[in-house]
Design a binder for this molecule. Structure first.
Ligand code: MLT
Length: 388
């Protein structure tokens, strides 16, 4: 029988990071020592006290049963406590916090809760590919908000046509930003909240990178803005902050009706986060940030090394205040894909083409700082040999 899959699958380009993985394996199979600066997957291990909490609780039979759909009360209280400490935002943990199987899961499922066929979803370009897939899986129409260097990689709300604004149901924003590494401050959040309230648009903020910050920078939360809670939801992840990408745990916070609607979707499609992982996450959120600070210092050293070394090769990028990414201008004569392909095939270094994050990413490539400094130096040395 010829299997005919649902037409929505035809709306998707190949998933960027799966495609990069495939290319990486292809080159690895030819015997090349590949250095992967592709996906943002921390090489630094999950802090030991968090792993110990998993080990302690994984043995307990109470944790072997179905977890609570929206997360253990104690997990949600820990997330609310963390928001209070970190952003001075007070959350009702019972109504305004929902556990996620990683923020990607929440970002993909949220449109099921709020997007009807024909609704416009405002998506940053470049942007994390899941904003697009969540939109089109639910019959939404994406409208791209370009993130341009001249606007400090913030969307220009005044450039969105009135008819698009009228039909828009949901807007995604993401700061500190993947892939541009740009940051946003409270005046921007104030403007975007006012815009969304004025036009009845739900505002969803992906804040996965808020804790990977340098030079004393502290990223704000959208929920610090008066009125934000009337229209907003924020998606947080433990993946980057605590080097827990493989654990799959995050949480959504904000407007109780939005958090509740997401919870309703999740109750129908998954059965929650393994409770021992929630116990480990509670330890992460309450057990002190000593390791996080050490890790940020390591990323900062790598950032400084790479900004200088790439600059010496004529590859320009700003020095980011947050995230472990560098958003580097593609050298003359290349598209982001042709440059990425040449670098991979001739040096074994995996970087991510900006266009993989949408049309707005053309003209740039992304380097992840998720390998040790010695490997970064090795990668730059190999790229130097290309004599760009
Ligand atoms: C990235 O490399 O952009 C992200 O790490 C991918 C992800 O978080 O799923």
């Amino acid at each position: 029988m010829q299997i005919k899959v649902a037409s929505r699958l035809n709306l998707l380009p190949p998933y960027l990071f799966a495609e990069l993985d495939r290319l990486k394996r292809e080159v690895q199979q030819t015997g090349v020592d590949v250095i992967s600066l592709g996906i943002g997957d921390p090489d630094l291990p999950t802090p030991a006290h968090i792993v110990a909490a998993l080990k302690r609780t994984a043995d307990l039979p109470v944790n072997h049963r179905y977890p609570d759909y929206q997360g253990l009360d104690r997990f949600r209280e820990a997330a609310a406590g963390w928001y209070k400490r970190r952003f001075n935002v007070t959350l009702d943990s019972a109504r305004e916090v929902c556990a996620l199987i990683g923020s990607k899961e929440g970002i993909a499922n949220f449109p099921v809760a709020v997007v009807d066929p024909g609704d416009i979803v405002l998506i940053p370009s470049p942007g994390y590919p899941v904003y697009y897939s969540g939109c089109v899986f639910n019959g939404g129409e994406p409208y791209y908000m370009p993130l341009r260097k001249e606007n400090a990689f913030l969307p220009d709300l005044s450039a969105i046509p009135a008819e698009i604004v009228r039909r828009a149901k949901l807007m995604w924003i993401n700061y500190p930003n993947n892939p541009t590494a740009a940051t946003a401050e409270l005046p921007f959040y104030r403007d975007v909240v006012a815009f969304c309230l004025k036009h009845s648009i739900i505002l969803a903020h992906d804040i996965a990178y808020s804790e990977i910050a340098f030079d004393g920078y502290q990223a704000p939360s959208l929920l610090e803005i008066d009125g934000a809670r009337e229209c907003s939801i924020e998606f947080h992840s433990l993946s980057k902050t605590y080097s827990m990408t493989g654990w799959r745990v995050g949480f959504a916070v904000g407007n109780a009706a939005l958090v509740g609607a997401l919870g309703t979707v999740k109750t129908n499609v998954d059965s929650g986060v393994f409770q021992a992982v929630q116990e480990a996450a509670i330890e992460a959120l309450t057990g002190g940030d000593e390791t996080l600070h050490q890790y940020c210092a390591i990323y900062q050293e790598r950032r400084d090394l790479m900004v200088a070394a790439l600059g010496a090769l004529g590859l320009q990028c700003a020095t980011p205040r947050a995230t472990f990414y560098l958003w580097v201008e593609t050298p003359k004569g290349y598209t982001s894909v042709s440059f990425t392909e040449r670098v991979l095939r001739e040096t074994g270094v995996v970087i991510t083409p900006g266009s993989g994050f949408g049309k707005g990413g053309e003209g740039y490539v992304r380097f992840s700082l998720t390998v040790p400094s010695a490997r970064l130096r090795e990668a730059v040395g190999r790229i130097q040999a290309l004599r760009l």
